[in-house]
Design a protein around this ligand. Structure first.
Ligand SMILES: Cc1cc2nc3c(=O)[nH]c(=O)nc-3n(C[C@H](O)[C@H](O)[C@H](O)COP(=O)(O)OP(=O)(O)OC[C@H]3O[C@@H](n4cnc5c(N)ncnc54)[C@H](O)[C@@H]3O)c2cc1C
Length: 421
């Protein structure tokens, strides 16, 4: 059976590994720290998905919201394909053992985030990524055709013929960080699933592994890298002196949290009104206020901070049910507690931080990396997940569409390799 080498143990790499191994492929998956060290493990809000693809109104709604968020630059065919495949991929995740939050009647509890016109986000409270990563790594560890190598840093791609990427890629040089030895790992196909590059910015929500290695390796090989100007800044990262920015999920705004600047906060308190929403500076940027898409809200905060000289604005939750907030966002509540902050009681200081690389390695509809010169697929080289640019997100990604795109393209890439045999 063919042997596939996958680099990265986030949702994209692990999902593809399982799919290929289930079809008899030998899969080696390397990762530069522990398997769980990934953006996937840190994802909070959830995964957007319409489960019933015959529900055309909901499908069209998800497509429209994605296109609107992407500022007219999304590839509409890709958006439609991903949105329509979502339900089947959620079933795959469930069968692997992922548990999403359900209501008492057994139906999935759906959340809403900025830019979504309805509740369509499956979640595991505020630690959705941790649940997905748990289920996928457990399944991969138990699979006898998957070899997982932690602490193994991919350095560069090996071309079949030196400086001839059109002849294909057949492996990587990698550093075993336990022995400090560089080794050659070969594969009939190499799948880059190395995630994003948030660590290029001083303030980022990303883990330390997000350093853009996959994009750099592909670039050095001659792959087409596109749309790198499109970097998403998440509007609400916690600002505490001396600490790295901690993401506060947009789902909190979906439950009613509101962004206020210092003046708006004072005015709201003085007014005695229950609802802070009319006092939000974000209304000057969009009638959706705090629930506008991330690009709009992040720009509004950045501008307001420049005008006021403050390093942050406030995310306000005092008008909401404290018990509900603590039950719905337990991980965030615990983390805030370390800084003496409480959901439902304290205004939370927040500012934008680098969050998601919209651009990346240009791929076709099965994740084949394309050559910069000819835009033809590089034989044997694939890119899936955040490292890839599929056209799904246009200029700006809609919240909770990243995990979805990653799992759909991991499936499509694996299906392509399985079909090729
Ligand atoms: C705090 C946070 C919250 C988020 N919340 C959401 C959300 O709610 N919903 C949503 O849809 N998206 C969310 N995102 C975005 C989403 O989590 C990521 O885009 C997605 O998980 C990327 O998955 P991936 O498999 O492509 O990469 P990752 O999960 O980042 O995995 C990349 C893997 O590659 C490995 N790697 C990298 N370079 C090398 C190398 N040179 N050699 C070996 N291994 C390497 C890493 O160690 C890691 O294992 C969030 C992101 C963050 C940071």
């Amino acid at each position: 059976m063919p042997r596939v080498l996958i680099i990265g143990t986030g949702i994209a790499g692990l999902f593809a590994a399982l799919r290929l191994a289930n079809e008899g492929f030998e899969v080696e998956i390397i990762t530069k720290q522990r398997p769980k060290d990934s953006s996937t493990n840190w994802a909070q809000g959830g995964i957007a998905a319409i489960l019933d693809k015959t529900n055309l109104q909901e499908i069209d709604g998800h497509i429209k919201d994605t296109l609107d968020a992407g500022d007219g630059l999304c590839d509409e065919d890709v958006v439609r394909m991903v949105v329509e495949e979502a339900g089947e991929r959620i079933l795959d995740l469930l069968s692997i053992g992922v548990e999403f939050e359900r209501n008492k009647d057994g139906a999935f509890q759906l959340a809403q985030e900025g830019g979504h016109s309805s509740r369509r986000i499956l979640h595991a409270k505020d630690a959705t990524g941790r649940e997905i990563e748990r289920a996928l790594t457990t399944a991969a560890r138990e699979h006898d055709r998957i070899t997982m190598r932690p602490n193994t840093l991919a350095i560069d791609l090996i071309q079949r013929q030196h400086k001839s990427p059109s002849k294909g890629v057949c492996g990587v040089w990698a550093l075993d960080q336990e022995t400090n030895q560089v080794m050659t790992i070969v594969g009939d196909a190499v799948i880059l699933a190395t995630g994003g590059a948030g660590q290029l910015w001083e303030k980022t929500t990303n883990p330390s592994v997000s350093t853009g290695d996959g994009i750099a390796m592909a670039y050095r090989t001659g792959a087409s890298i596109i749309n790198m100007a499109f970097v998403q800044f998440h509007p609400t990262a916690l600002v505490v002196d001396g600490e790295r920015p901690f993401l506060i999920t947009e789902a909190l705004r979906g439950e009613g949290a509101v962004l206020l600047d210092q003046e708006g906060y004072r005015s709201w308190k003085a007014s005695g009104q229950q609802d802070p929403a009319p006092f939000s500076f974000t209304l000057q940027a969009s009638s959706l206020g705090s629930m506008a898409t991330r690009d709009v809200v992040a720009r509004a905060i950045d501008q307001r901070c420049a005008e006021t000289g403050f390093s942050h604005v406030y995310l306000v939750t005092q008008h909401l049910d404290t018990q509900h907030l603590n039950e719905r966002f337990p991980m965030i509540a615990e983390r805030l507690g370390k800084d003496g902050l409480k959901l439902g009681i304290d205004p939370l200081p927040v500012a934008p931080a680098a969050h998601y690389i919209v651009g990346g390695i240009e791929v076709d509809d099965v994740g084949s990396a394309l050559l910069a010169e000819s835009k033809q697929p590089i034989p044997g080289l694939f890119a899936i997940g955040e490292v890839a640019c599929t056209g799904m997100h246009g200029a700006n990604r809609l919240a909770s569409n990243s995990l979805l795109e990653a799992v759909v393209f991991a499936h499509r890439c694996s299906a392509h390799l399985i079909e090729k045999g």
